[in-house]
Structure formats: structure tokens, C-alpha cells
Design a protein around this ligand. Structure first.
Ligand code: SUG
Length: 444
């Protein structure tokens, strides 16, 4: 049965702000305490979703999470009314409050790892929400993420949902940001490519020295087991620790793949040639690597432009489009190399530029904002149809953003108890629009 790749983008939540929460993510650290614009952020994301839907692709929406996360603040000992909880946290632990206000669930490449039914032994699509243990503000996402995924992919005949891996550093899991699926046709069994930053149980292996390696080898193995993948169709590779130390905090900051194409930097992986060889052997003969040399694009260029945090999209007419953030056009070397790649006709036919500045300033490009789910026709029918983008939903969500979102958020605004009231009102309406049931109820 024919299958297609659907992209589920995270809708930016009403508390989008810059709190410098992600050590190792250069943009997050650099933009700390800058004023954010949640309304613009949400609209930039919606415009990308609409553009992909207009290209004839399946585009879904993942709802934001409830922030400030009063439920977590209560777990940390803040008491009283919701307003009291916020006020106390603002006074005693402003950084903890900021973490509990982050709209970071927008980067749905980190929501989960997804294996299509063609790859799994039981023929179901498998989902494992990522525990995101390395960053406190992200470690509080997976429970709600799981509920949202189950509200969208509800049919047990087609979809299998696992809880997140044990939430400790040994099993640090960042989801699809470190996972790529290669195949010839989407409906055929593919090769699932997992990338990790370090080994948790074996100190003989190298690891970054300056910045954290968020994802472990052991997490990759566990997800491959849970998803019942065939070992002959799995490749597990280590990210180059030196580039993690230069700000490449996820593999999707230095590599992206689709079907039989891997587009990556020459310094992306440890033992890079071995990785190519294993992928070539397992994917099959026409596996193609479009490798970018340091002489053309430095690691710093890659980190600031997010050239590789792009979406490699197969159009209905068979062409491949590379969806890039505007920052790539603003970097002369990167932009020149993009032209070289297109002219070389190596497997990328066109580029499409998106303005995602609000998300980029926190280190989130086009690829961070989307979770890929390959679905056959029956599975696509079984998806909650209210979450699929179309003209009507696009207009409805834009008006929803207009009526609920602020134009600015600064550090000081996070202490405003009114923010939780506004955010809840917005999400209550959104659960109706997207038909999500009571995904936030357990937090109230
Ligand atoms: O986890 N930034 C996110 C960006 C995630 C990007 N995702 C992928 N590469 N797939 C992170 O570092 C910053 C929040 C702040 O500082 O306010 C943040 O969480």
C-alpha cells in the first residue's frame, strides 16, 4: 500500500521566550534575556506548515504544552493558589520558573522517535516520546507529548505507543533529531539510522569535552528494540564529539536524510567512511551522500546558518526540495554552496526559504520544528483528521493566535500570574479545534 511522509510541526506555545536554558546550544545561550514575540513565532511556524500543505504534502500539527507548568512547580514544593505558586517561584527560583515556562515543545523533532509500519515486526507504527533528560525544561515534556501523540494516533490497530525510556542520563533520548529513515519507496522496509553522542556504560569510547552529549548509544539500542526493528536494517553511529563541542547539539544540526539521500557535513560522524559503508550496504546500491566539505562550509557556518537543519522534501512530482531557514541566504559561503549543490544535480532540485527567526534564536530551525511520520493510506485515514493542515484550519489557528498570544515576552513577564490564565484559555480552545480531548487535565 502506498505510503507518504507526513510532517507534524509543533505549534509554538503562548509563552515562547528566550531564557538561555540550553547549555551547548549556541543560539539559546546567545539570545538569553532577549525579548521574544510569541505571536510572530506562532505565525512563522504556521506559515511554514501552510506552505508545505500547499505543496501537496501531508502536514499535521502537534499542540503546544501547558506553560507555565504549575504542576511541575508544585512537585518542586511551591504551594498555594496557582498565582502563589508563580509568585513564590519567581522570587525564590526564577531560573526554575523560566524552565517551567519554556515553549520548547515546539521543536517536535525532539518529541519522539517514530518507526513506520514497514520497518516493525508487528506492522504497526511505533512511537516512543523522548525523555529529553539532559535539560530540565525539556525533561518535563514527554508525559504530555505521549498524551498528544495518543490523541492523534489513537487507533490501536495501527499505532503502538511506548512510554519514554527511563528518565536518567544513561538513557538520554532526544528523539527524531538523532534519527533518520532511509528507503527506496516509503512503503518498503527502510533502514533506520540512529545517532548518539556518547556511551553511558562504557568509558572506553570518546565523548565531547566541553558541551554535553545529550543522547546515548544505550537509548538508541533500547528504542530499536522497543520498535521491533530488524537488526539488519538498523545503523547506529556516533556523532563526532568535536562538533558537539562546537555547538552541534543534535545530529539534525549537521545532517539530514530522506529516501536514499544523506546530506551532511564531512565532520558529522565519528569514523564517517565506515558509517557511509554500512549505510550503503544496508540501504542498497543507489544510496547517495551529498557531503559538504569544511573548505566550503565551516562548522560555525553550519551552526549559525542551520544549513543541515533543513527539510529534504519529496514533492508530488518527484522533485526534491530543500527547505531552509533565511539565515542560509544571509551567509555568503553557505548560499554559494547551496547553488553549487543544486547545479550539480546530485539529488536536490530546488530550495525554499522560510523566515523562522523567532525559533532560530533559540536554536530551532525548519527540521527541529517537525516530526516525520511515514503513513500508508489506511494509517493516514486513522489519524485524527482535525490535526491536519488545510486552508480553513490555517485561518482558524491564525485568528486563535491573534486572540490569545502576546506580542512580547521578557524575563519579567514570566513572573506574571496572568500568563498561566491566558495560556490555559488558549489551550482549552485549541483542544476543541484539534479535537484532542483532555490531554492537559492531569496537570491542573
Ligand atoms: O533543546 N532550545 C532547544 C532547541 C531544539 C532544537 N531541536 C533540534 N535540533 N531538533 C533545545 O536546545 C532553548 C530554550 C531557551 O533557552 O529558552 C531550547 O530549549
Amino acid at each position: 500500500m502506498k505510503a507518504r511522509e507526513a510532517n507534524f510541526d509543533g505549534l509554538v506555545g503562548p509563552t515562547h521566550n528566550y531564557s538561555g536554558l540550553s547549555f551547548g546550544n549556541v543560539a539559546s545561550e546567545k539570545n538569553q534575556a532577549n525579548q521574544s514575540n510569541p505571536k510572530q513565532a506562532a505565525k512563522q511556524g504556521l506559515a511554514k506548515m501552510k506552505a508545505l500543505a500547499d505543496m501537496g504534502l501531508v502536514q499535521g500539527i502537534l499542540a503546544p504544552q501547558e506553560r507555565p507548568d504549575v504542576h511541575t512547580l508544585r512537585r518542586l514544593g511551591f504551594m498555594g493558589s496557582d498565582a502563589n505558586v508563580i509568585e513564590q517561584a519567581a522570587k525564590q527560583a526564577p531560573k526554575v520558573l523560566a524552565a517551567c515556562c519554556s515553549a520548547s515543545s515546539m521543536w517536535t523533532a525532539n518529541a519522539a522517535t517514530v518507526s513506520p509500519s514497514a520497518d516493525t515486526a508487528d506492522g504497526k507504527v511505533h512511537f516512543t516520546p523522548a525523555n529529553l533528560t539532559n535539560k530540565f525544561h525539556r525533561s518535563i515534556e514527554h508525559e504530555t507529548t505521549g498524551r498528544i501523540l495518543q490523541a492523534i494516533f489513537a487507533d490501536k490497530k495501527h499505532f503502538a505507543h511506548h512510554p519514554a525510556l527511563p528518565a536518567v542520563e544513561h538513557f538520554g533520548d532526544e528523539g527524531a533529531a538523532n534519527h533518520t529513515r532511509f528507503c527506496h519507496q516509503y512503503d518498503e522496509q527502510g533502514v533506520e539510522f540512529f545517532v548518539y553522542g556518547r556511551h553511558a556504560f562504557d568509558s572506553r569510547y570518546s565523548a565531547p569535552k566541553k558541551y554535553p552529549a545529550r543522547h546515548t548509544f544505550e537509548a538508541c539500542k533500547a528504542v530499536a528494540r522497543l520498535h521491533q526493528l530488524n537488526g539488519d536494517k538498523v545503523v547506529i553511529a556516533q556523532q563526532n564529539p568535536d562538533v558537539i563541542d562546537q555547538g552541534v547539539f543534535h545530529n539534525d544540526v549537521i545532517a539530514v536524510g530522506n529516501k536514499n539521500v544523506l546530506f551532511c557535513h564531512e565532520q558529522a560522524f565519528l569514523n564517517q567512511q565506515d558509517v557511509y559503508n554500512e549505510l550503503t550496504a544496508k540501504v542498497g546500491g543507489n544510496f547517495k551522500v551529498i557531503e559538504v566539505p569544511t573548505s566550503a562550509v565551516t562548522i560555525e557556518d553550519a551552526v549559525t546558518s542551520y544549513l543541515f537543519n533543513s527539510q529534504l522534501l519529496e514533492m508530488p512530482n518527484g522533485e526534491t526540495v530543500l527547505a531552509l531557514p533565511e539565515e542560509c541566504r544571509n551567509n555568503e559561503r553557505v548560499w554559494a554552496h547551496v547553488q553549487t549543490i543544486i547545479n550539480a544535480k546530485q539529488g536536490i532540485d530546488k530550495v525554499q526559504i522560510f523566515d523562522l527567526k523567532q525559533s532560530m534564536a533559540n536554536g530551532g530551525g525548519p527540521a527541529c520544528l517537525r516530526l516525520r511520520v511515514v503513513l500508508n493510506e489506511q494509517e493516514l485515514q486513522a489519524v485524527n483528521q482535525s490535526t491536519l493542515m488545510n486552508d480553513i484550519l490555517f485561518n482558524r489557528l491564525n485568528s486563535w493566535v491573534d486572540s490569545h498570544y502576546r506580542d512580547t515576552i521578557t524575563d519579567a513577564d514570566l513572573a506574571d500570574p496572568q500568563l498561566v490564565v491566558e495560556s490555559r484559555a488558549a489551550l482549552d480552545e485549541l483542544t476543541q479545534i484539534l479535537d484532542l480531548g483532555s490531554v492537559y487535565a492531569f496537570q491542573r
